[in-house]
Ligand binder design. Structure first.
Ligand SMILES: [Zn+2]
Length: 442
């Protein structure tokens, strides 16, 4: 049996860092957003805790349905590494515990400060990140496959984004704990994003099985994920809880957690929304998540459900539009296309004012940056009924059809010519060819 637990680090969407007032957003150059506190200068003390970060940590605990604490103590967690100028990282006693999210138990949620970034190749340290607020979410080992890891991670990210907790552009990082067949737990540190977390779990499951098959023990250990090779490697440093020498932070008072909870609206229940959507329109889990992950798509989908029907909304948004967006490796909001125009196009198709082929052609042109208003208008009045013209050409030319079936490619050109003639050249030649081939293959 495989048991997988995660420790997820979520960068919080605050303007300032956790214990100083430096900006928490992206900087133009290394070490631009720094002060004596977040660079650990001798004698520099933390300012009071960032209240907004406390609110967001409490909100995260609510998203995860945790039992919430009244107050939380700031702790120093000691270790030595070039990215950590104080030689300790500030974390807290749990903000929430014993929660549950998407059928996975939540052990604890903490508020922490991020360390800086050390580049071992260059030997440089960038402390822009040092002191930015994070929540650390520790799950029970309730996941049992890499696929479950991907899904859980995606639903979590979505819920935290909708609740305004996670910084939208930031990647979630996780430590992935994997044990197989009742063996010891192996921890894979610092894995970035859902896809890599699933890959790291997959590699560990296979590696631990191979070890056992070869008669070797799988002992408790810490490993690192190699993103380029999709493998895990043993880590040099050994870390245990005892090594961290936790102590109370003498420069900060315990954090009050009850007042922020009262200021906040309850977060949206994303897991229920996912389940509702699947029950309403019969879509795959991955499709439901893709829809909710992109608000522009979700709004278009809702509009088309209202103005056409569920089948049309699923076909246009989840199959055709998403396929075209994936092909261009973009999202609707970042593409040149406008949601209104795509809706108009879908409505024209739904009303039989244009054919499926015209819909597809204009959708592609629009996604490639063309304004398609005039073309759509022209198609609407006096557009070509390409499917009918193709049918006619096939029926009127059985000889050419026989030639095509005998492997004569030139026969298609002949039939395209016939359609062009019948439509007085208004049909699109490329589209005519595609429609002909489709008709001939059926
Ligand atoms: Zn600072």
């Amino acid at each position: 049996m495989t048991r997988i637990g995660l420790e997820v680090h979520v960068p919080l969407d605050t303007a300032a860092k956790l214990y100083c007032r430096c900006p928490a957003g992206e900087a133009q150059r290394p070490n631009a957003h720094v002060c004596p506190t977040c660079t650990g200068q001798p004698g520099a003390r933390p300012r009071g805790v960032n209240e907004r970060a406390v609110e967001l940590a409490v909100q995260a605990a609510r998203v995860l349905d945790c039992h919430r604490e009244e107050r939380s103590t700031v702790l120093r967690k000691h270790y030595v590494y070039p990215d950590l100028p104080n030689n300790y990282q500030r974390t807290t006693t749990p903000v929430g515990r014993e929660g549950s999210f998407w059928e996975v138990g939540i052990r604890e949620v903490h508020l922490e400060e991020d360390p800086g970034a050390f580049d071992p190749g260059e030997g440089t340290v960038d402390l822009n990140r040092s002191g930015r607020p994070l929540v650390e979410i520790v799950t029970e080992p309730d996941l049992s496959s890499p696929e479950e890891v991907t899904t859980w991670f995606r639903v979590l990210r979505l819920a935290l984004e909708r609740a305004g907790v996670a910084r939208p552009e930031a990647e979630l990082k996780a430590d992935v704990n994997v044990s197989t067949d009742g063996g010891d737990r192996v921890e894979v540190k610092n894995v970035v994003g859902a896809r890599n977390a699933a890959r790291a779990a997959r590699f560990e499951i296979d590696r631990q099985r191979r070890e056992r098959d070869a008669g070797r023990e799988v002992g408790m250990s810490t490993r690192h994920y190699d993103e380029a090779k999709h493998t895990t490697q043993p880590s040099r440093e050994k870390e245990t809880v005892g090594d961290y020498r936790y102590m109370d932070e003498p420069d900060l008072r315990p954090i009050d957690l009850s007042a922020p909870a009262q200021r906040l609206d309850p977060p949206a229940d994303v897991p229920s929304r996912v389940r509702e959507l699947r029950a309403e329109v019969d879509v795959e889990l991955g499709e439901a998540l893709a829809l909710l992950e992109e608000p522009e798509l979700e709004e278009l989908f809702a509009e088309l459900r209202e103005r056409t029907d569920d089948g049309m909304a699923v076909d246009v948004v989840l199959h055709r539009l998403r396929g075209e967006l994936d092909y261009r490796d973009t999202r609707l909001a970042e593409s040149p296309a406008r949601r209104d125009t795509v809706a108009e196009l879908a409505l024209a198709w739904h009303a039989d004012e244009i054919t499926k082929h015209v819909f597809t052609r204009l959708l592609r042109a629009h996604l490639d940056g063309e304004a398609i208003g005039d073309q759509l208008a022209a198609e609407r009045d006096g557009g070509v009924d390409l499917e009918a013209a193709v049918e006619e050409a096939i029926e009127a030319n059985p000889g050419a059809v026989d030639d095509y079936e005998a492997g004569e490619e030139g026969a298609v050109n002949y039939l395209v010519g016939q359609v062009m003639q019948a439509t007085q050249g208004r049909a699109d030649p490329k589209e005519t060819r595609e429609t002909l081939r489709e008709a001939l293959e059926n």
